[in-house]
Design a protein around this ligand. Sequence first.
Ligand code: ADP
Length: 629
Amino acid sequence: MLLGVAVILPTVCLLWFMSQAVKNERLAVRQKLIDSYTSRAQEIFFKDPEIAIEDPNEFSASIIYDQNDKLIYPFRTNQTANFPAYNIEKAWELEYVDKNYDEAIKQYDSISLLSSIVEITYDCKIAVVRCLIKQKKTTEAIEKCRQLVYPSPDTLPIPPIHSAYARLMLIDLYSKTNHPDVLKELQNQLSQIEVKPSISTETKIFVLGELIKLAQKSGLIEKLKSEIEKTQKIINSASLSIMAADYFDADIAAQGKPDKTFYKIQTTPPLYCIKFKNDDKKTVNLLTAEKMKQLWQSSVDDFTDELIFCRILDNTGQIIAGQPEMWLGGKYSQGQKFLTRSLGKFFPDWQVELYFRYGIFTAAARRQQMIYTWTAILVIGLMVVLAGVAGKTVARQVKLNKLKNDFIATVSHELKTPLSSMRVLVDTLLDGNYEGEKTAAEYLQLVSKENERLSRLIDNFLTFSRMERNKQAFDIGPAEPAEIAKAAVDAVQTKFGKARCKFDVSIDENLPQVPADKDAMVTVLLNLLDNAYKYSYDDKQIELKVFAEEDKVCFSVKDNGIGMGRRAVKKIFNRFYQVDSSLSRSAEGTGLGLAIVKFIVDAHKGQITVESKPDEGSEFVVKMPIVGK
Ligand code: ADP
């Protein structure tokens, strides 16, 4: 039990310490990661993106106001100004109702000459071109149109809107007649993207859109690819500007937002804007959600790795860039948030959120746990082995102690009996309390018998002691089985020669030699014969047979004595074992005889078997190997 406690207690402590260590390690690793990622985030996210202020080209569009908050761009004008009534209706009637184009042209020409209003003059000039087209006088129409688009310096300056319309007409005419100048003209017009302050941004969008359509019609899309791309961008940007300007017109709250702060306006689609003010104007720069995402994406990509991810939320709490909200494993999003910060000074209400991916700590901790578990198993294993060894040593020690005690008890008990009986006999002889020489001789014989028993006892003890210390050395050599048997028979002859003891000896002739220490083998037979004598009733029948069987020589000692039960038979070769029957108790014995017998037989590589039945008798057979086999 003590050993158990000695193993279990440290094991439990060890496991507890290890689980604690894993926990601590996890916390430490987590804190370290948080620190390092926080400082990285500081570098990546909390610096104001320079791009937002430095380069207006990065913006999708912009709106410009003057210092009086008057909109400068996008430019809006009231283009449907009312002109004083003139005789133009007559010309329209001729053109559209009577379809008398010659007359209509005459009418338009005269109005344009007479009119002092430049818009009416050019309305009529354009109407002339229109009529010529309707008359299919294309060459003439082209010529007139060219004069409008490229006027001579002395003519009245053409209003931008008429000029734009004339240009569209000219390109249309070129395109219909496959004129060689169509590409050149389109290129010219598409690259004139500068805003003419007198053309409204809406008109500009319209004209540019028409130019792209004409390019399509003329099959020149491929050739004008880069111009068209640029134009498309201008159209998109201008449309966004108009949309945002309308929104700002309507939304007082949006106008009141602080400068240099990015915020979202709820146009469709929503836009992000930032206001900058300098002395003479106020600019509102606009970014589409897509552009805003691009702006942050590289930072987000830079930051994201296999341990963490992040996302950026705008001032309305909507995700701009990074991991979208996801339903995963019973939780929203895929990680554990460890930091929320607002993004620098241009983005005060915006946030960056940093997350640990789920499972990274578990994976790291699992690895650590594996190492700890294996260490624990090894240490526990080692402890168990050591405890086993210690236990075994202690058990051996205990056994040895018991053996010692048993030995001392047995020795003293067994020596006492013959010694005291000898003492009584010798005392009687000394006192002279005996009748005649014969009795004296009998007494002396008894003394000699006890003496002999004592010597055999001591022999046995010595053999046993040597045997226990592994000091018993046998002088094994070829020996005649018959000689061994005869030596044993001689030794017991006197004792067995009594009236009520029948002792039969049969030794086969020409027995093969056995490899044996002769004296030791005689001891074996003497012990067996002694037991046969001791554990028999008064009418004893003892048999010693020596015979060959297959390639063995067998020594059999058989008696008609008290016999033994099966359970006893299994134990009789144990040291100090004695079957607890009245007869065996009454007979003197040490319980060592058969242990010695077995030891000697084993040392000779022989075998000993027992057959016994209570009250019928026992037969012990020792089988010895033959020399040379
Ligand atoms: P002991 O000195 O007691 O005879 P042994 O080792 O010779 O010790 O024998 C062990 C026990 O085996 C004996 O005590 C006895 O009970 C039993 N035994 C041995 N030989 C015989 C036999 N021939 N018949 C019955 N019992 C026997």
